[in-house]
Structure formats: C-alpha cells, structure tokens
Design a binder for this molecule. Structure first.
Ligand code: ADP
Length: 151
C-alpha cells in the first residue's frame, strides 16, 4: 500500500493548540504529516524559525507519524519534494474559507495531482489564533492555554 503523506504548511508563528488539534486528527487519516514552517523573506517573524521548529518537534517527540521542517517557496513544490499527495489545512470560519478556497485552487493549478484536505476546527480551539497569541505574549500575558509547549 502506498503511504498517504500530507504536508501541513503554515507560518506557525506560533504553533498553537488549534494547529495541534488539526495535526492530531490528521494522524488518523494520513500515515505521515509533515509540518512545513514557511520562511518568507518579506515577513518578519515574531518567534524565530529555528526556535519554533524545536518547540513543534518537542510536542511530537513521541509521535513518529509527525515530521517538522522549514520550507521556502511554493507549497505545491514543497509537497512534491516530500512525496506528499495531500495538503492539509484547518478551517475555523468563513473568513478562513474564502482565503483557503483561493489558495487551494491556486495549488491545484500548479500541481493537479495534489489534493487539499480541510479539517474543521474543534469548537474549543476555534477562538485560538497565532496573532492573538503573539499579541498576548508581547504584553507579558500567560499564553499556556494557547500553545502546547512551554515557552
Ligand atoms: P498561514 O500564515 O499560512 O495562514 P497559519 O500558521 O496562520 O498559517 O495557519 C496554518 C493553518 O492552520 C491554516 O490552515 C489555518 O486556517 C489553520 N489554523 C489556524 N488556527 C487554527 C485553529 N485555531 N484551529 C484550526 N486550524 C487553525
């Protein structure tokens, strides 16, 4: 049987409990989930890339189905390089839908064999976003309810 591999691309600045919920559930669907932390030269990160990769790796230290890597450039290319047949994304609301719909169509143009698979957020994590987590952290608030690892 061929291995079902999904890439989960994102900024993950930071990786949240919402992202973790998507990855954990995706592990029931795919044999392997590769979390791709996007590097974008024009977008300054709040949490350093290497730091975030270490934190995500520590979260999945006991789960051999999950891999973590940095990537640059097109997601469709990143998927191909990793022999992934699927792109995994999470959907919280209609705003996510509008945005994700356009991206999924774009990726399909670049590589028609790639399928984007969406998982709907679990309600208890729907309020979590990386931007709110950053904002709270910036002002010294405790963000341990938002992220699955200690900072
Ligand atoms: P990007 O910059 O590519 O949007 P993010 O790191 O913000 O990257 O998000 C990566 C993916 O995770 C997206 O599909 C986004 O919709 C999804 N996501 C973000 N927050 C949550 C959450 N709380 N629950 C489920 N999915 C989420």
């Amino acid at each position: 049987m061929i291995k079902r591999v999904a890439v989960f691309p994102g900024s993950f600045d930071p990786f949240t409990r919402g992202h973790q919920d998507i990855v954990d559930r995706a592990c029931q669907v795919f044999d392997e989930v590769i979390i791709g932390v996007g590097q974008n030269a024009s977008k300054k990160r709040y949490f350093e890339l290497e730091f975030m990769i270490e934190k995500i790796e520590s979260t999945y230290i006991n789960n051999s189905q999950v891999k973590v890597t940095a990537y640059q450039g097109l997601t469709a290319k990143f998927a191909k390089e990793n022999n992934a047949q699927y792109i995994l994304r999470g959907l919280r609301n209609t705003t996510d839908f509008e945005y994700e719909n356009a991206i999924a169509q774009g990726n399909k143009k670049v590589n028609p064999e790639l399928e984007t698979v969406f998982l709907i957020t679990s309600p208890k994590y729907a309020y979590i976003s990386s931007s709110i987590t950053r904002e709270l952290h910036r002002y010294g608030e405790d963000v341990s309810d938002f992220i699955p690892y200690p900072l």
